[in-house]
Design a protein around this ligand. Structure first.
Ligand code: GLA
Length: 727
């Protein structure tokens, strides 16, 4: 038996290659100091070992916890991998061949006919992580499976990925290749997922696991509004501060699948990866396939600690570029201010007023290109609409720069409008199936990003725009999902690869863009937050969280998003009231206090909002600058529970050295008898004394956390921010 015991700071992950060559899972959870946990395998007990009991190999296959389960040889639980070989067979028998340990973490790449695409993934220096690569083989087909496990030294994180190599003589179709399986030894878990819809993305849902299969997925071609590629298994009693939590997040932006299966013996098999639905990938002899990375976070201190580990990992080991550790410019975006109805003068008017108030960047949203006056045309025609941008783009950008502001621009590079020059010239470039009507969504089609000439054409147009003026920010949008998924360029036996090739094509252009323009700040967006995923965070340090900018709706959206993703990545803006999505009016200060735990900016016509609101902007900006370092680098503690009791929410950001903290409280509805609430703080050092900058009082961290502070607020949608410093 070859034992693998991966040990992180507070976590152990153990598995073994058995005598038979099967790769069995042993343990995943709180750190066990023993190197050898093989006693947990119960190999001497019938019928659990093939050596002792060959006549009941089936029981062995169907009950043993496996690292990478196959289909067709006795394991009737969900498999991690399936093929269709040239004889029409799908069963596999994977056995251990060898392993290799390396310092650091290898990058993930996928070779295609005309290029090699780097997949988004977390990264680590040689002293920050160690990787073991375990090779398995199916002798009959020649399929080699390499399982990668990276253990981070300072975080309770293990990342997984899988590479397939066809070492056989015949091609086969890979029908399923998930990124990881975890066979846990219990069924006593709750399943946490982040679900929603347009304008209410990533609302946390928690339910008890039961026999059978519980899954979430996307079949839309992007990670989606509906389910996020995140799932957690937590003990029934786990809350923010206590209990076990296993968090899983796929670093991928396309169709995904996550499933927890409670099996006959009350164990849980968890699987996650590219959605096998409508997926197939032809692997020729000696060709390779790389499955995306799955990040696994373990916490023995509740859901809050799990989130903070994800935040640290993503801030340090996923997000890249110049803005990785920098405060982002405070922007004003003209979408909710003007929609399509703007021109150079209007934008300069907004910029003038905004610059006087301390706003640092103007972002020109949708409507500046082709002949776009509404959402019914011009996607694909990335040249300036001179009628609106009179005087040209350079003139506009120069004028904005003269005001001391940066300039940002909106693109939707994956789309094509039927009413566009691009569509007239290349109708075949849209994703489509001959003989089927093409489904329009927002009056647009999706470009076939599996084709290099398509990507080159769009990227070439983008470059021309970016090189024509001093552009320092891009909002990359994606406003519809895929239908009639067929490519005019792929052969029949590769058509089902299009879902994944599309995502690889998007990654290719994002790779090129971030390499060629390292100074540009990229913000992703997809009809609000339909592509808020770790794949996108590899390219853009921030993502538009939701089209819903209402401060109260945002409590749930930002709470849910923070379960996995850091506040520093959440696009959040102050918008006008009544709110354009829900019609609610909230105080300007509350809108600011909620947007402040994101990237912060404004999305309103600053020349037309009430003067009293406008006058609050300089103060808000000052506050944002003061607290942003804490939000960007500190530890987040969720205090309120917006899901159970929608009357208030609260959170804290605490410096890593616990020397300062900021506390935010938002009252949703005022209620009788709740004028004064006692709220217990979190994350402070119990032994240090802290000054409350609102009251001037000094109390120990223990008092503030164990006894709490009094919060007095009256009225709906009121909020306050309190700053604490250690004495
Ligand atoms: C999407 C985005 C919005 C805005 C519009 C423009 O809906 O989420 O912020 O950019 O597109 O069409």
């Amino acid at each position: 038996m070859t034992l693998f015991t991966l040990t992180g700071k507070g976590v152990t992950y153990a598995f073994a290659a058995l005598e038979s060559g099967h790769l069995a899972h042993i343990y995943y959870g709180k750190r066990a100091d023993d190197e050898d946990l093989s006693y947990l395998l119960r190999l001497d007990e019938n019928p659990f070992t093939p050596k002792v009991n060959k006549r009941d190999m089936g029981t062995f296959m169907d009950t043993t916890p496996f690292e990478y389960p196959v289909h067709g040889t006795g394991d009737y639980r969900e498999p991690a991998i399936m093929l269709m070989d040239n004889k029409g067979m799908s069963a596999l028998d994977l056995r251990f061949v060898s392993y290799e340990i390396t310092k650091g973490k290898p990058i993930l790449e996928q070779k295609l006919e005309d290029m090699t695409v780097r997949l988004p993934a977390t990264f680590a220096e040689e002293n920050e992580a160690e990787t073991v690569a375990v090779t398995l083989e199916d002798k009959r087909t020649g399929l080699n499976v390499i399982l990668y496990y990276t253990v981070f030294a300072d975080l309770d994180v293990i990342t997984r990925s899988v590479k397939l190599i066809n070492k056989g003589a015949e091609a086969f179709d890979v029908r399923r290749v998930l990124s990881a399986c975890v066979d846990l030894d219990s069924d006593q878990y709750d399943f946490i997922t982040l679900n929603g819809s347009w304008a209410r993305e990533r609302v946390m849902e928690r339910c008890r696991l039961h026999h059978g299969k519980q899954s979430i997925d996307s079949v839309k071609g992007e990670s989606s509004h509906q389910n996020n590629p995140f799932a957690a298994l937590v003990s029934h009693t786990a809350d923010e501060d206590m209990g076990e939590a296993y968090g899983f997040n796929l670093v991928y932006s396309g169709n995904f699948f996550a499933q927890a299966e409670v099996t006959q013996h009350k164990k849980t098999r968890f699987l996650m990866g590219i959605n096998p639905f409508d997926f197939s990938w032809k692997l020729e002899p000696s060709a390779e396939f790389t499955a995306p990375e799955l990040v696994m976070v373990y916490s023995s201190e509740g859901i809050g600690k799990m989130s903070r580990t994800f935040h640290d990992l993503y801030r340090q080991h996923l997000i890249r570029g110049e803005y990785k550790d920098k405060r982002r410019p405070i922007l004003i975006n003209n979408w909710e201010a003007t929609y399509f109805n703007f021109d150079t003068d209007k934008l300069i008017g907004i910029a003038k007023q905004a610059s006087e108030l301390g706003i640092e960047m103007l972002v020109m949203d949708d409507g500046w290109f082709g002949h776009r006056d509404s959402d019914n045309s011009s996607l694909g025609d990335w040249f300036v609409y001179e009628k609106k941008i009179n005087g040209g783009l350079k003139h506009l950008v120069d004028e904005v720069n003269k005001l001391g502001m940066k300039f940002g621009i909106w693109f939707e590079p994956e789309m094509i409008s039927p009413d566009s020059e691009l569509y007239k010239a290349h109708p075949d470039w849209a994703i489509q199936i001959e003989g089927l009507p093409m489904t329009q969504s927002r009056e647009q089609y999706v470009l076939d990003y599996s084709r290099k000439e398509v990507r080159d054409c769009i990227y070439g147009q983008m470059r021309k725009i970016l090189d024509s003026a001093n552009i320092e920010y891009i909002k990359w949008d994606m406003n519809r999902q895929l239908t009639e998924v067929g490519s005019n360029a792929l052969p029949a036996d590769r058509q089902r690869e299009l879902w994944h090739r599309y995502v690889l094509g998007v990654y290719d252009v994002m790779n090129r863009l971030t390499t060629d323009y390292p100074h540009i700040l990229l913000e992703n967006c997809s009809g609000g937050g339909a592509r808020f995923d770790a794949g996108m965070l590899f390219y853009s340090p921030q993502i538009w969280t939701s089209d819903d900018t209402d401060a109260i709706e945002r409590l749930k959206i930002q709470h849910g998003t923070s379960i996995c993703y850091p506040a520093s990545a959440m696009g959040a803006h102050v918008s006008d009231c009544p709110n354009h999505t829900v019609g609610r009016s909230t105080p300007f200060s509350t809108r600011g206090n909620v947007a402040m735990v994101g990237t912060f900016g404004y999305e309103l016509d600053v020349t037309r909002i009430p003067e009293a609101d406008r006058n609050e902007i300089p103060g808000q900006i000052e506050m944002f600058k003061k607290y942003n370092p804490l939000v960007r680098t500190g530890d987040q503690y969720r205090i309120g529970n917006v899901f159970e009791d929608n009357m208030w929410d609260a959170w804290m950001f605490v410096a890593k050295d616990k020397s300062e903290a900021v506390f935010t409280f938002v009252q949703v509805l005022g209620r009788p008898n709740y004028r004064s609430r006692r709220i217990k703080l979190k994350g402070l050092d119990p032994e240090r004394k802290y000054k409350n900058h609102e009251t001037g009082e000094i109390h120990t961290g223990a008092a503030l956390m164990n006894c709490g502070i009094n919060v007095n607020l009256s009225g709906d949608f009121q909020s306050k921010v309190v700053y604490f410093t250690a004495e």
